[in-house]
Write a protein that binds this ligand. Structure first.
Ligand code: HEM
Length: 180
């Protein structure tokens, strides 16, 4: 997993809990590298999970909630740093439909070592999309946060219902119905 993800997670926690709490959490997490992450490095996703768990233990906020918050944080980071990917995307559904075949394809070209999930989409109607997310990594709550942040980016609100997908392996359906 890209170092940028770790660097941004630590920034989010510094913003939310302060630097002292973050230092204690990184100590508590028993990390392989002692907690020194660079944006250009690559680290196992299991280390990210250890950090989230340590933040959760110190803050009392569940790991699930922290992953969701982090989805929102990363979306803001991507908007600020990869603005071009959002051009021509008129709404959240257009953006979500472009992640697998377009946005993450470009990410993979830029960072061949990136470990990306797989998405497929089914547009049921103008205001109803099913997004199927599949990843061997335990990041479904992070994905949920990204989906929520996509909606917010376009000033849209929706009911988002999540359920295990029958296939492929490790897949989750996000059933997204726009309000109003
Ligand atoms: C400009 C927009 C985007 C950029 C630049 C981007 C880039 C990235 C990068 C660099 C990673 C980390 C890969 C690694 O660490 O090896 C990642 C992971 C991920 N991205 Fe995106 N992404 C974008 C949009 C989205 C959107 C809109 C979604 C919406 C659902 C999404 C869902 C995810 C998820 C869930 C992961 C975690 C990896 C996993 O689940 O296995 N991304 N993305």
């Amino acid at each position: 997993m890209k170092g940028t993800i770790f660097v941004e997670l630590i920034k989010m926690a510094e913003d939310a809990f302060g630097e002292d709490v973050v230092d204690i959490a990184l100590d508590n997490a028993n990390l392989d590298n002692g907690g020194a992450f660079t944006t250009v490095g690559n680290y196992p996703c299991s280390e990210l999970i250890k950090i989230v768990t340590a933040f959760s233990e110190l803050s009392g906020i569940s790991s699930e909630k922290l992953q969701r918050m982090f989805g929102h944080w990363m979306m803001k980071h991507f908007v600020e740093n990869f603005g071009g990917s959002f051009e021509g995307k008129a709404d959240s559904f257009s953006l979500l439909e472009a992640v697998d075949g377009e946005i993450h394809v470009e990410v993979k070209k830029l960072y061949p070592s990136a470990e990306l999930p797989a998405f497929s989409t089914d547009r049921i109607s103008d205001d109803h999309l099913v997004l199927t997310y599949s990843s061997p990594r335990p990041l479904v709550e992070f994905c949920h946060g990204m989906v929520e942040a996509c909606l917010e980016l376009y000033g849209q609100t929706a009911e988002v219902a999540r359920s295990p997908a029958p296939h492929p392996a490790n897949a989750t359906n996000f059933d997204i119905r726009l309000n109003g």
